[in-house]
Each structure stands twice: as structure tokens, then as C-alpha cells.
Design a protein around this ligand. Structure first.
Ligand SMILES: Nc1ncnc2c1ncn2[C@@H]1O[C@H](COP(=O)(O)OP(=O)(O)OP(=O)(O)O)[C@@H](O)[C@H]1O
Ligand SMILES: [Mg+2]
Length: 300
């Protein structure tokens, strides 16, 4: 019988980025870059966001790629964010078709039509990318935000450094725990609306909510983390780099209340799973954790 610790280790490794997935992401980056090069003057492009920090969960979707534009494209910077987003959208629709391309507030999403099976596997392929037009701005980047109607500053390097520091301070278990809670957030049982939006907020909160050092047990850490996230979901969570708008701005009060309720339910379910294991009911405990997280949590 699979022990609880072995189950969590297996779960953790299933949420890790592997080489085949990285190869697929790079191939997609190259493909999109080569196409966009025919439409815009691009200085460079790179995979970023949670994907690059190893805090993205599975299945791999909405992988952020920054397309840093050359000076000859600076005219966009003086225009409303919707102009550059609109032009990128139009260009991408031309190649991928309108059903595969979706305009978002800060990016254009391209869906590659990959099928996800019942176990959340994708045959090592990524589902979609978020194409983000960007300009350099001093040490930072500036990206369009059509919801805010302005250009916002961001610095992926600072976010990456904060994640590394937190990971090291938590015996290299921090990123794995973040991926697990993001996986919970994607659980289909919540319906189409994720409890926490954006899921980057989970990572930002975890910078402060995972403290005291790794105590050696996934079950206790996760139960406590769900509980702390519930307690602090009403706080204002600023950009850890101190540049962009607060990360917590995307949820209104009703949505935060729902998030709090679902986080508290997760914390309770985690306590119940811990109790089952304490009573020696290991199989039932594994089932309870799988119910909480979803199909990538192993039963054997
Ligand atoms: N409000 C903000 N201000 C500044 N930078 C931000 C802000 N929100 C997001 N970012 C940066 O943009 C990146 C991409 O944002 P996104 O919402 O896709 O989050 P993510 O970390 O990639 O998480 P996910 O796993 O949901 O894709 C973030 O990783 C972060 O570096
Ligand atoms: Mg992202």
C-alpha cells in the first residue's frame, strides 16, 4: 500500500515540468515567434510567468511568452493598450483561426487544440500560450492592460528571485506546494470559476503564508496553508515586485467570500484526511486527498 508521504511525493513529481513538455513549449514558442516575426518587429521573446518559475500546475496551459517589441514599434506604447492587443489578436487569428485565438486583458491566448484525458494527461503537450506584447522600460517591462486601460510595469526577474528565495527557505518544498494548491484551484468540482483568481495570487500569498520552515509533512503543511489562505484572502496583495497593480484586484467581495468558503472547506477536508490516516485507514485517506485535489493525486 502506498504510504501518504509516497503519495504526496508522486503527486508532486506528476506536477513537475518534464523534458518532453519543455521541448514542446519551446517548439511552440519558436513556431509563434517565427510567424509573428512576419508581422511585427520583435527584439526577443522568452517563456516567462509561472512556467519559467516552475510554479505552473498541470495540465500546462496559458504559458506566458513575452514578445519584446523593437523601437520601430514604439508607436504602440503611445496608444491605448487595446490597439496592440487588437493587432496581435488579428495577426494570430489569421494563422490559427478565430476559434483558437482569444483576446485577454494583457495577452492573446492561442489554443493548440490538445485533448486532456480523464487523468489530466496531455501526452506531454502544452494546451495554450498567452502571447504578451511587451516593451522594455528601464530595468522593467511594460505590458498592455486593456481592463485598466493603461500600460503596466512588470519585472519577471524579481518574481523569479522571490520564488527561489521562498523555495530555499522552505527546504525546497515551496514550489511543489504552490503547484499543488494551484492544482486544487483548477479542480473541476469547483465548476468553471476557479476559487482564486488569478492563480498567480496563490503564489503571491504563499510568499507570506508558508512560514516557519518545512516541518516534514505534506498533509500538515497543506492543511495549515489552506487555513491561512482562507484567513488572509480579504487582504490586499500587492505585486511582490512593487510595480504593477495589486494582484488581489481581480476578485470582488463576493468572489473573495466564495474563495474563503472553499479554502475553509479544503482545510476541513485535509483535517479529515489526516484523521483517516491516524486511524490507520490509509486507503480512505488517499481517496480523500484525491477528492480534494483531483486525478493526479495517486491512489496506488
Ligand atoms: N499585477 C501584476 N503586476 C505586475 N506583474 C504581474 C501582475 N500580475 C501578473 N504579473 C506577472 O505576469 C506573469 C504572468 O501572469 P499570470 O497571471 O499568467 O500568472 P502566472 O504566474 O503565470 O500564473 P499561472 O500559473 O496562472 O499562469 C506573472 O507570473 C507575473 O510575473
Ligand atoms: Mg501565466
Amino acid at each position: 500500500m502506498l504510504s501518504l508521504d509516497a503519495a504526496f511525493r508522486k503527486f508532486k513529481s506528476r506536477l513537475e515540468l518534464n523534458e518532453r513538455e519543455q521541448n514542446n513549449a519551446s517548439a511552440r514558442q519558436k513556431e509563434v515567434r517565427e510567424y509573428l516575426d512576419t508581422k511585427f518587429s520583435i527584439e526577443n521573446s522568452f517563456l516567462t510567468g509561472s512556467y519559467a518559475r516552475h510554479t505552473k500546475t498541470k495540465p500546462l496551459k496559458d504559458i506566458d511568452i513575452f514578445f519584446v517589441l523593437q523601437d520601430s514599434e514604439r508607436h504602440y506604447r503611445g496608444k491605448a493598450p487595446s490597439v496592440v492587443i487588437g493587432d496581435f489578436n488579428e495577426a494570430l487569428v489569421e494563422k490559427y483561426g478565430k476559434d483558437a485565438v482569444r483576446q485577454q486583458s494583457r495577452s492573446v491566448n492561442v489554443d493548440f487544440g490538445v485533448v486532456v484525458d480523464a487523468e489530466d494527461n496531455t501526452d506531454y503537450r502544452i494546451l495554450s500560450v498567452d502571447v504578451v506584447p511587451a516593451f522594455t522600460g528601464g530595468d522593467n517591462y511594460e505590458i498592455p492592460d486593456t481592463d485598466a486601460g493603461k500600460w503596466i510595469k512588470t519585472n519577471p526577474k524579481i518574481h523569479a528571485e522571490k520564488a527561489v528565495t521562498a523555495h530555499q527557505a522552505f527546504s525546497s518544498e515551496w514550489k511543489g506546494l504552490v503547484r499543488m494548491v494551484k492544482y486544487w484551484n483548477n479542480n473541476k468540482r469547483h465548476g468553471t470559476d476557479k476559487p482564486i483568481k488569478p492563480s498567480f495570487l496563490i503564489e503571491v500569498m504563499a510568499l507570506e503564508c508558508l512560514y516557519g520552515g518545512w516541518q516534514g509533512r505534506f498533509d500538515y503543511e497543506l492543511q495549515a496553508l489552506f487555513s491561512t489562505l482562507a484567513d488572509r484572502i480579504f487582504d490586499i496583495w500587492n505585486d511582490p515586485a512593487g510595480l504593477g497593480p495589486p494582484i488581489s484586484d481581480a476578485m470582488d467581495l463576493a468572489r473573495k467570500q466564495r474563495a474563503r468558503d472553499l479554502l475553509m472547506a479544503a482545510s476541513r477536508e485535509a483535517s479529515e484526511a489526516i484523521n483517516l490516516a491516524r486511524q490507520g485507514r490509509n486507503g480512505d485517506a488517499l481517496k480523500a486527498w484525491r477528492q480534494l485535489f483531483g486525478p493526479k493525486f495517486p491512489l496506488s
